[in-house]
Write a new protein. Structure first.
Ligand SMILES: NC(=O)NCCC[C@H](N)C(=O)O
Length: 403
């Protein structure tokens, strides 16, 4: 197996060649007012409109010569292989909360029932989940659980492909997602990256059973410099493991560990800041003066050298070897800034230096981006946004040109 020489990314802004998205599908139809909080959505999206908005996003990327891969297509292609199917089924039925919910009889039932499905049917079962009233099994567990309870949970947050894997150079990190509703997502990316012919053989730097690291926290500020948010999702131990590994594999010389508030509004570092040029960052102004970073570099052997906390923008510029990392949206009034941050105004996806996809609704932040010379590719996201993620969250760059 020879790897595609162009796989991977060393920055946030190198010309985007290939991206992995997930077009919202039947998993979103599983959301109800009773489960949306647990499933990490702030509302019940209008699924058809969310799909239209997502198609608009994909189209905007294709019009700029970006190849769009869909996670579910890759998954169905991967599941064509018998061994991959068996691995996927076993991982699902033995996965933490699912395994505990099913018990022995239903676990065995699902082993058989899922292996009877074709790759497309299996993909739908794994992503949209299976409700109690959708199985033919009858057991003590099916009798006692409510008819509309999930035996296998749906994965509505697959939409946010940023979080379930992240490329660092030509290596891929299979992330370890913190929230129970998302844990199974990276079993699927693990399967794709290890068994899909396009990716098999890609070197790894993390795994889904390791300490928590989520892709939305990982920002490739410049070749060799990675910022990692540490807050609600990525843990201190997660960034420690990642740092050790990227140093050992020569993928970075500095990791900036960036504490962020453990709150839903700032669940990942990319909810407060994203790169839009080699030396420009759009950043939630209400945190700009308080955000700090611990610069981590390789020490002797396994030891890591950890510098004292410094203001983020200063630590980043120093590590990147530039005079200044310019913050774009200074001057936004705090209430507008708060509203637009909630709606992912700072969560942009750069297609190239100074060209970034952003939600159209964040008019004030977008105006500042334009004023700073950034071309804003505006997309609709009123329904997509109910999952609290913007263009960066909804995309996993698989290939970017080096700067
Ligand atoms: N990188 C990101 O900020 N991703 C957005 C994830 C939203 C999802 N509903 C979650 O709570 O995990």
């Amino acid at each position: 197996m020879t790897l595609d020489a162009g796989l991977g990314a060393t920055s946030e802004v190198g010309r985007l060649r290939t991206v992995m998205l997930h077009r919202p599908g039947p998993e979103l139809t599983r959301l109800t007012p009773r489960n949306n909080d647990t499933l990490l959505f702030d509302g019940i999206p209008w699924v058809g409109r969310a799909q239209e908005e997502h198609d608009g996003f994909a189209q905007a990327l294709r019009e700029r010569d970006v190849e769009v891969l869909y996670l579910t297509d890759l998954l169905v292609e991967t599941l064509a292989d018998d061994e991959a199917r068996a691995t996927a089924i076993e991982a699902t039925v033995t996965s933490g909360t699912t395994s505990l919910r099913l018990g022995d009889s239903l676990r065995d039932y699902f082993r058989r029932a899922l292996s009877d499905l074709d790759p497309q049917g299996l993909m739908v079962a794994l992503t949209a989940g299976v409700r109690n009233d959708e199985v033919r099994a009858s057991s003590l567990v099916t009798s006692l659980l409510g008819h509309d309870e999930f035996l296998i949970d749906p994965l509505p947050n697959l939409l946010f492909t940023r979080d379930s894997s992240v490329w660092v150079g030509d290596h891929v990190a299979i992330t370890s997602l913190k929230m129970p509703a998302r844990v199974r997502e990276s079993q699927l990316t693990e399967l794709i990256y290890s068994r899909h012919p396009r990716f098999a053989g890609t070197p790894r730097i993390h795994g889904y059973t390791y300490e928590h690291v989520e892709g939305g926290d990982v920002l490739l500020l410049a070749p060799g410099v990675i910022a990692v948010g540490v807050g609600e999702r990525t843990t201190p131990a997660g960034v420690e493991r990642l740092a050790r590994r990227v140093f050992a594999d020569g993928l970075a010389h500095t990791v900036l560990a960036v504490p962020i508030a453990q709150e839903r509004a700032t669940m990942h570092l990319d909810t407060v800041a994203t790169m839009v040029d080699v030396d420009k960052i759009v950043m939630y102004p209400n945190v700009a003066h308080t955000l700090t970073a611990y610069a981590v570099t390789a020490g002797d052997g396994e030891h890591l050298d950890v510098a004292s906390a410094e203001p983020f923008l200063e630590a980043a510029a120093k590590a990147m070897g530039i005079d200044r990392l310019h913050q774009i949206d200074t001057g936004l009034d705090p209430v507008t800034a708060e509203r637009e941050q909630w709606d992912d105004g700072n969560n942009t996806l750069a297609i190239a230096p100074r060209v970034a996809v952003a939600y159209e609704r964040n008019v004030e932040t977008n105006a500042r981006l334009e004023a700073a010379g950034i071309e804003v590719v505006a997309i609709a996201g009123s329904e997509l946004g109910s999952g609290r993620g913007g263009p960066r969250c909804m995309s996993c760059p698989v290939s970017r040109e080096p700067l």
